[in-house]
Structure formats: structure tokens, C-alpha cells
Ligand binder design. Structure first.
Ligand code: AN0
Ligand code: CP
Length: 323
């Protein structure tokens, strides 16, 4: 594997899920694979889970790991070609990428949507430069539009907890005070549509996700109706994807105080099939989900986060095998 961005990059999902279980059986059995190989993890944005789980996965494989927080101690990077660099940015990404690549064998990058230009975000301007100029395998640790390590971990978690062959999985928008990216819901939709599940998305009007990720998904604007009979409830906030109104891209469309009935509580969970609750974390309690629901025995948020180590290890293993 040279790039890990979309669900297709992992190939057959049944094979990938079986490999995830093989990793879980003994995560240290491939220590030889990573010997004298270095993973460089580059963060343009904050992280708790991605940072720790990916480091752990690389160490399980016997790799060395270097982590760079670009905004804490590195030079400020210019990302646009042609700019006269007389501002606060001391270095250009076009030099920084090959330099960073020279110190490692595999690169992971986290660079969220900037919400300055929908076109730049949806063209993956930053990550594509890493793919083009690093000469190394690149895996996405949440880019402007996708978070595949999260979606893969989510799928592993659903596979481990499902009680019937084709569970009903509902992804619901939930309120949040700040504008958040669409990467998590985009990837979750992409992976659920490729998996063997009955997938429904519910959100207020105006939050329609980009068709490249949700084409073929059932959309139900009535949240209570969407929750009926659900086996898994996956909550996430996202800002306006700008599909119908490009000028609203990245905006919070309504004052969150008026949207609090979308917060996942016992009221909605009561109409489900005793659904499991999922969220990628970090989560704001009593905005996205009530204390009672996230603390209930049906909540999977902790095993879901633990599976981030497993999804990252499968991806790094595949990349090491292809070096
Ligand atoms: C980020 C997001 O919504 O994309 C990261 C989630 C994994 N969340 C926040 O910025 C709070
Ligand atoms: N879920 C997730 O990616 O968490 P972090 O932002 O803490 O890495």
C-alpha cells in the first residue's frame, strides 16, 4: 500500500477485518517487519488518540517513530507556490516535504480542513503535496476530507459487537459550539457504504455531505425516525459541507442553543434496538451526547478508541510489506 486515504486502498474489507483480528491475537508477531524502519508522524493539528495509537502500532511492528508537531517548534510553513515569502512563514512545504521524507520510510500526516477554500480542502491540497513530493508511502491521519484510520477502527468495532448479520447503523449529526470538519462523517459514510450494513444518515437540512462520500446512502431528516430499530448509533458534529450553498462551506448554520434536541439522549436511544453508542472522540458531553448515554453499558467509545491501535497497525503493516 502506497497511500491510505479511501476505503478502496485497504482492498477487500473481509480480508482487512480478518487481519485486524490476527493483529489482536498477537500484535507483536511482526517485530522483524519494522526493524530499522522509521515512521514519521506529522501533526498540523491537535491529537490524543491518533498520536498515541499510531505510535503504539508502529512500535508493535518494531519500528522507530518520530513525531513532529509542526506548530510547536518547527518553522511556520508556507503551502502556496508563487507566494513572496515576506510574512511570518520561514519555510516552504516544497523544501520541508523532501527533507522530512529523507529521515523516514513511511509518513503519516494530520492536516484538517482550513475552511478558507472549499476547493482547496476538497482537492486535498496539502496531503497531495506529501504524496507527490515525499517519495514515501503516505497515510492520512485526518486530512481536510477524510479520517480513514478512524473509519477502519469504527468498522472493526461494529464487526466485533454486531448481533445480526446486517446491523442497522445510524450516523447522526449532533450540536457543537464550533465549526468542525467533515472528515470523520465523510469517511464513516464511505466505509459503511462499502461494508455489509444497513446505513442511514440523519442531520438537519443544510448539512448534506458531499456526494462523493455519501452517494447511495439513505438520508432521513427526522432524527427519531432514523433511530427506529438502530443497532449502532454513531454521533458526530460537522459544519456545513457547502454542497447546496458553497458560500456556507464550513459554517455552523444555526445557533447551537436552538439545536439541542439533536443531542443524543435516552429519548432517542429508547426507540433503537438497544443500540450501541459510538463516537470517535474527543466528545463534548451534553452537547453531542448526554452523560447517561456515553456512560451506559451500551457505549462503545472506549473499545472504539482502543481499536485505533489495531487499524493503524494493519495499515502500517501493509505499507511495510510493500516497501
Ligand atoms: C476533530 C474533527 O471533528 O474533525 C477531530 C476528530 C477526530 N474534532 C475536533 O476538532 C473537536
Ligand atoms: N479520534 C481521533 O482521531 O482523536 P484525536 O483527534 O485525539 O487523534
Amino acid at each position: 500500500m502506497k497511500v491510505f486515504q479511501h476505503v478502496q486502498d485497504i482492498g477487500d474489507l473481509r480480508v482487512a477485518l480478518a487481519e485486524a483480528q490476527e493483529v489482536k491475537r498477537d500484535r507483536y508477531q511482526w517485530q522483524h517487519l519494522g526493524r530499522n524502519k522509521t515512521a514519521l508522524l506529522i501533526f498540523f493539528n491537535n491529537s490524543l488518540r491518533t498520536r498515541l495509537s499510531t505510535q503504539k502500532a508502529a512500535m508493535n511492528l518494531g519500528m522507530n517513530v518520530i513525531v513532529l508537531d509542526v506548530n510547536q517548534g518547527a518553522w511556520k510553513l508556507e503551502t502556496e507556490r508563487g507566494v513572496i515569502m515576506d510574512g511570518d512563514k520561514s519555510e516552504h512545504l516544497l523544501e520541508a516535504i523532501p527533507v522530512m521524507a529523507s529521515y523516514c520510510d513511511i509518513i503519516g500526516v494530520r492536516s484538517f480542513a482550513r475552511f478558507e477554500s472549499r476547493k482547496d480542502d476538497y482537492e486535498e491540497k496539502i496531503l497531495n503535496q506529501f504524496i507527490k513530493y515525499s517519495g514515501r508511502p503516505v497515510f492520512f491521519m485526518e486530512s481536510a476530507t477524510v479520517h480513514p484510520l478512524q473509519a477502519f477502527a469504527d468498522l472493526i468495532t461494529i464487526e466485533e459487537h454486531k448481533q445480526n448479520a446486517r446491523p442497522k447503523v445510524v450516523m447522526t449529526w449532533a450540536p457543537h459550539p464550533k465549526a468542525l470538519p467533515q472528515a470523520v462523517p465523510n469517511s464513516f459514510a464511505e466505509w459503511m457504504l462499502a461494508a455489509d450494513v444497513d446505513f442511514v444518515i440523519t442531520h438537519p437540512e443544510g448539512y448534506e455531505l458531499d456526494p462523493q462520500f455519501v452517494c447511495g446512502a439513505r438520508i432521513e431528516y427526522d432524527q427519531m425516525k432514523a433511530f427506529e430499530g438502530a443497532d449502532f448509533v454513531y454521533a458526530k458534529n460537522w459544519s456545513c459541507p457547502g454542497v447546496t450553498c458553497p458560500e456556507d462551506y464550513g459554517k455552523v448554520l444555526h445557533d447551537y442553543h436552538t439545536m439541542m434536541d439533536w443531542c443524543v439522549s435516552d429519548r432517542q436511544m429508547a426507540v433503537t434496538n438497544d443500540a450501541h453508542f459510538m463516537h470517535c472522540l474527543p466528545v463534548r458531553r451534553n452537547m453531542i451526547v448526554t452523560d447517561d448515554v456515553i456512560e451506559s453499558p451500551r457505549s462503545l467509545v472506549i473499545p472504539e478508541a482502543a481499536n485505533r491501535e489495531i487499524s493503524a497497525q494493519v495499515v502500517l503493516k501493509r505499507m511495510l510489506e510493500a516497501l
